[in-house]
Every structure is written in structure tokens, then in C-alpha cells.
Design a protein around this ligand. Structure first.
Ligand SMILES: Cc1cc2nc3c(=O)[nH]c(=O)nc-3n(C[C@H](O)[C@H](O)[C@H](O)COP(=O)(O)OP(=O)(O)OC[C@H]3O[C@@H](n4cnc5c(N)ncnc54)[C@H](O)[C@@H]3O)c2cc1C
Length: 391
């Protein structure tokens, strides 16, 4: 039997793959999305839900800005509510030297169109009375916010399907070969698909597929840890995070209008992509709770009702892999989002669809090219050391 053919095959139905499929249909390209489990079941569906731009690697801000503008239009674009709230995001700090870090970032970020307000202790406490006494300053990003990760990727996939995309769940792409002008994809259950263009958007599994084309990357999978409390009166509207050089102090939280407080941070647990599991370490949750008391003491009385983790992929320079393959024409990548991909998802989908459709992008993505991990990287993509992870 002849394998079904489309213009593009997308392998992986997280937010990157689902958003790309949607935007490809908007550009009139036929697309088949293959997902080994269910759409949005992995990192895209279990993350913290931060739609945060501040604190990012500066050259990533044009992509994050493009994504932020799509987040604001998602209800109209997808015809569904993914609970995106533009509540603002505050990064607070406990030490004077960190104030200088926040100020320097705010100055640099303004060149990328991101406006941040540095607020000192008394003004901060007056405006956000829930902050603890150790907090001495904060950087407020008024147009960042949060959304419900459980809803976002499936909403993109449903909208893509309504636009005519073929969304195939429980289809694990096992072998991908270039046969003539086409990619031939064989799934574990024997199904086959063909297309002249292929996007690997397979998250923590991306390296298994890029390796098949001689483009292995030093990706590791880890499990950031999250928890949620019982509901309490809705009083913390912005997303909160800590700016610090001390890894143990990293914590972030958001309250949803139903009252529950979602939080995460600190040490990451182990993740096992082969069995699709990431396990929670109770000591990490306890460490997060100690930090929550510092940032918002009023939360210390709340009961934790659920903890979880998810499988996320990290590269040594804390940047994703995005763009065209250096070795195989028609092959594209968007994976390895290093704990910051949820906010970027809509923008990545839009940019990857633009790249596939036109051969170029109006938003710069060169710093993320897979070639930076090749034996002979192009000068423009040589990585710099990672900064401490934030959310
Ligand atoms: C606990 C946690 C908290 C996080 N918090 C935030 C946050 O607050 N803000 C933020 O911006 N980012 C956050 N992130 C990061 C963010 O969730 C990810 O960067 C983003 O979701 C990655 O999307 P993705 O589509 O690349 O990957 P995924 O969501 O992992 O999707 C990849 C998909 O590919 C599928 N797949 C893999 N191999 C194959 C194959 N061979 N065939 C078919 N399908 C395949 C997988 O089943 C999976 O569904 C967090 C991550 C975690 C785990």
C-alpha cells in the first residue's frame, strides 16, 4: 500500500509540533503530525505554565516577543481559551549585588523592546504586600503572565485539525530515511508516511532522531519538579520568581483564579525518556517549600495537594535547537528547549512554519542552529556558558 503523503511531516506533538502544524496549515501547506503518545502529554502538558520573557538569553527575546504577541491572540486564533492571563511577572532578589544584575538586564532588554520596571523594597511591598521581608527589590514585566499547559498544545492540535492537518496519535516514528526527494517515516506499529519536508519537534527524544542523520547533540533529559496547593483566596496575581546566583534559592510560583498556587524550582530530578517517566524527589519539594516561605510567607500554611515532574531536554549552553539541518535538505529541527519552551511555543510554531514555507525567517534564530555542536561549528553559533536556570 502507498504511504500517505503530505507537504510536511512533523514528528512530535508537544507545543512546538502542534503550533507548527497549525501555522503550516495557515500557510496552505498540507501537514501530518505524528505523536508517539497523546498530543501535549509530555513537557508541554505538565510544565509550570510561565509565559515569561524576562531573564531569558537576550538574543532569544525577538522570538519570545513574537510568541508573546501570539499568546495575546490565541483565543481568536484557536477558537479556544487556554487560560492565558497577562498578569505580569516579578523577579525578586534578596541581596544588593543582585539588584545590579536586575538593573543591567532591564537596560539590555529594553534594546529588544522588553520594558522592565525595577522597583525598590518599600514601593514593592506597597504594591505587592504578599512579598516577604527578605525581598529587597524586584523587576516587574507587566505584559508577561501565565497559561494552562494542559490546554495549550491540544488546542493548537485541534485547531490545526480543523484547518485540515492530519493529527496522528499513538504513532511513534522509529526509522526516518531520505528516499529520493522524500522522507519515509516508519512507525513502530508498521504504519508509513512520506513527505519532502520533515520537522523533528520531539522534545527530549529529538536527539534520537537527529542522530539518525549524523547530527547528534549533547542533550540530557531532566525532570523539573512542580507542586500545587489547596485553593486560597486569589490574592497573588503576577507570577513570582527569584533572581539569584544560589541554585537552592530558585523558586517560582503562580496563583490561578480558582485559588490554587502552583510552584516549582530548585533541584531537578531524574528523567527517563525510554520509559516516558520523571519521578519526584520529596526532598526537592521540601526545599522548594522553604524558599516559598521567604518569597511569600502567607503561603506557608497551605497544604500541598499534588506533586509532579516532567521530561525536559537541556543543552549545555541552555539554548534550544532550531532551524534547518546542516546535512540533509528538507530536514528541520525544533527541540531541546531547556526548561523555557512553553512561552516560546506559539512563536516557534510560527517561525518554523515561516522557515519551511519561505526558506527564511523574519525573526533571528541563528544562535540556536544545530551546527553549533558540529565538529566544525560556524563562528556565529559558537555557544557561551549557560546562566543559572530560572522560570
Ligand atoms: C515540569 C516542567 C516545568 C516547566 N515549566 C516551564 C515554564 O513555566 N515555562 C516555560 O516556558 N517552559 C517550561 N518548561 C519547559 C517546556 O515545558 C518545554 O520546553 C516545552 O514544553 C517543550 O515542548 P516540545 O514540544 O519541544 O516538547 P514535548 O512537550 O516534550 O513534546 C515532544 C513530543 O514528541 C513526542 N515524540 C518523541 N519522540 C517521538 C517519536 N519518535 N515519534 C512521535 N512522537 C514523538 C513526545 O511524545 C512528545 O509529546 C517546563 C518543563 C517541565 C518538564
Amino acid at each position: 500500500m502507498k504511504a500517505p503523503a503530505s507537504d510536511v511531516i512533523v514528528v512530535g506533538g508537544g507545543i512546538m509540533g502542534a503550533a507548527t502544524a497549525f501555522f503550516l496549515r495557515k500557510r496552505g501547506r498540507s501537514v501530518t503530525l505524528l505523536e508517539q503518545g497523546l498530543v501535549g502529554q509530555q513537557a508541554s502538558g505538565v510544565n509550570f505554565g510561565n509565559v515569561r520573557r524576562q531573564g531569558r538569553f537576550l538574543p532569544q527575546l525577538p522570538l519570545a516577543n513574537r510568541s508573546r504577541s501570539i499568546w495575546g491572540r490565541l483565543r481568536e486564533l484557536l477558537g479556544e481559551d487556554v487560560e492565558f492571563l497577562s498578569t505580569g511577572h516579578i523577579r525578586v532578589c534578596y541581596r544588593q549585588e543582585q539588584v545590579a544584575v536586575l538593573e543591567a538586564y532591564a537596560k539590555d532588554a529594553s534594546a529588544y523592546g522588553l520594558s522592565l520596571e525595577i522597583i525598590s523594597q518599600n514601593a514593592l511591598r506597597a504594591r505587592f504586600p504578599f512579598l516577604g521581608p527578605e525581598v529587597i527589590a524586584g523587576s516587574f514585566s507587566p505584559n508577561d503572565g501565565h497559561a494552562n499547559p494542559r490546554l495549550a498544545a491540544p488546542a493548537f492540535a485541534r485547531a490545526a485539525a480543523r484547518e485540515g492537518a492530519s493529527i496522528v496519535e499513538n504513532a511513534e516514528a522509529k526509522i526516518i530515511e531520505k528516499v529520493g526527494e522524500d522522507f519515509a517515516v516508519s512507525c513502530v506499529d508498521g504504519r508509513e508516511f512520506r513527505a519532502p519536508v520533515l520537522l523533528v519537534s520531539a522534545g527530549a527524544w529529538g536527539n534520537l532522531l537527529s542522530s539518525q542523520f549524523g547530527e547528534a547533540v549533547p542533550l540530557v533529559a531532566r525532570g523539573p519538579q512542580m507542586a500545587v496547593t489547596e485553593p486560597a483566596p486569589y490574592s497573588i496575581h503576577p507570577v513570582l520568581g527569584v533572581s539569584t546566583e544560589v541554585p537552592d534559592e530558585v523558586v517560582y510560583l503562580r496563583q490561578i483564579p480558582r485559588g490554587n498556587v502552583v510552584f516549582g524550582g530548585g533541584a531537578r530530578g531524574d528523567a527517563f525518556p525510554d520509559i516516558r517517566r520523571a519521578y519526584v524527589k520529596p526532598q526537592n519539594t521540601l526545599a522548594q517549600l522553604r524558599q516559598i516561605r521567604r518569597i511569600a510567607p502567607q503561603l506557608s500554611q497551605l497544604h500541598v495537594i499534588r506533586v509532579w515532574s516532567g521530561i525536559e531536554s537541556y543543552l549545555p549552553d541552555d539554548r534550544p535547537i532550531m532551524g534547518a539541518s546542516r546535512r540533509v535538505s528538507g530536514l528541520h529541527y525544533a527541540f531541546g528547549f531547556c526548561g523555557h519552551g512553553f512561552q516560546l511555543g506559539p512563536g516557534v510554531g510560527d517561525v518554523m512554519a515561516e522557515l519551511i514555507d519561505t526558506g527564511t525567517t523574519s525573526t533571528p534564530i541563528e544562535p540556536f542552529h544545530i551546527g553549533r555542536f558540529a565538529a566544525d561549528p560556524p563562528a556565529a553559533t559558537i555557544p557561551s556558558p549557560p546562566k543559572i536556570g530560572v522560570n
